[in-house]
Design a protein around this ligand. Structure first.
Ligand code: ADP
Ligand code: DP6
Ligand code: CO
Length: 329
């Protein structure tokens, strides 16, 4: 019998975005970010240690992952091995239910799940703060997916930069997720944010504005003011996209249909609904709204972008880890 460790984690959507690093190797963010972990699109990652293998292996969605994807996972596992003082290679099998690389936070769910499963497999007993710090090294956004509901990821040094969970109280929030294109992006989040930092004249203004946006977001969150949160979130997302439009060459993830959805969201607001859009490193649009308005918003958006697939997500759980036994090995 072989012991396996399985972790389940969900994507999170930032309402104040992380877009730029102060340290590429440690994955320290240049500005703080704030997010909601989803109850949709779970990623399930199972690991087992293999003392005889020469290399780590990664299967993603039932197929051998690409060399770049495997190298990224292996570099992450090196950190876990180093911390545990161990040497075994790891067999990783992961399944995303979220489209991979489409701007729907697969890297957040993927590395939160891997951090949970691999740390357990190597006998590390990490609390949520340590797990967040570890997940951060796989993908910055993964630091937030270890937590349920809302999370705040602060800037800091290696020890100080981790996400903390925030109590949402009786806040009523959902995200209507409009999937316009589920294909993997041509330029990864990592490469695009580096290019923005290095070449966009708007980058320093983005960091300043985003810090200010965070203060207003936290005040609205404390007041359970979803309209206030939505106004800041929509503005913050557009400011992030503006920063990358200024890069050389320009980075543009939003398509014509993304703007069609933005117009429709503004029209819904004009009708009195609480609906605000946010977009990540991809064309897909997520609409923040109260749960009770989600179906009406989803139906209205389905009429303007009939080819889109639309789902509604609520606040989801943090990472969960299970151990089990399988035959063979
Ligand atoms: P996304 O918008 O989906 O987060 P990114 O460019 O940030 O896109 O990251 C996509 C990359 O994250 C993938 O190419 C892969 O390297 C990694 N990734 C995604 N899901 C997983 C997973 N379940 N396990 C390991 N790595 C993953
Ligand atoms: C636009 O966390 O995917 O979704 O740290 O390089 O892996 P790496 O990047 P990643 O970037 C996420 C960018 C974003 C905004 C956000 O989630 O805060
Ligand atoms: Co990502």
């Amino acid at each position: 019998m072989t012991t396996t460790f399985t972790a389940v984690a969900h994507p999170n959507i930032a309402l104040i975005k992380y877009w730029g690093k102060s340290d590429e190797e440690l994955i320290l963010p240049a500005s703080p970010s704030f997010s909601m972990t989803l109850d949709a699109y779970p990623t399930t990652t199972t690991v087992r240690l293999d003392a005889t293998a020469a290399e780590d292996s990664l299967s993603l969605d039932g197929r051998a992952a690409g060399a770049g994807q495997r190298a990224r996972v292996s570099a992450f596992l090196d950190l876990v091995r180093q911390r545990a003082g161990r040497r075994e290679r790891v067999v990783v099998e992961s399944r995303n239910t979220v489209p991979t690389g489409a701007g729907l936070a697969s890297s957040a769910a993927g590395f939160a799940a891997l951090a949970g499963a691999a740390s357990a497999a190597f006998g590390l007993d990490l609390d949520l703060e340590e797990l967040s710090r570890l997940a951060r090294r796989g993908s910055g956004s993964a630091s937030r997916s270890v937590h349920p509901g809302f999370a705040l990821w602060r800037t800091g040094d290696d020890a100080g930069s981790y996400a903390e969970g925030l109590d949402a109280g009786d806040l009523d929030a959902a995200l209507v997720i409009v999937v316009l294109n589920d294909a993997a992006k041509a330029v990864s989040s990592r490469v695009a944010m580096r290019a923005t930092a290095e070449t966009s004249p708007f980058y320093s203004a983005w960091l300043q504005a985003s810090n200010d946006d965070l203060d207003q977001m936290l005040a609205a969150f404390e007041a359970r003011d979803l309209d206030g949160m939505g106004q800041v979130a929509e503005r913050n997302a557009l400011r992030m996209h503006a920063s990358m439009l200024g890069a050389v060459p320009p980075i543009r993830y939003l398509g014509a249909d993304s703007f069609t959805v933005l117009d429709a969201v503004a029209a819904l607001r004009a009708e009195g609904l609480t609906a605000y859009a946010t977009m990540d490193a991809g064309p897909n649009v997520k609409v923040l709204c109260p749960a009770g308005q989600a179906s009406r918003i989803a139906e209205a958006l389905a009429r303007v972008v009939p080819a889109a697939s639309i789902i509604t997500a609520g606040m989801g759980p943090g990472v969960r880890v299970y151990s089990g036994e399988t035959a063979g090995g």
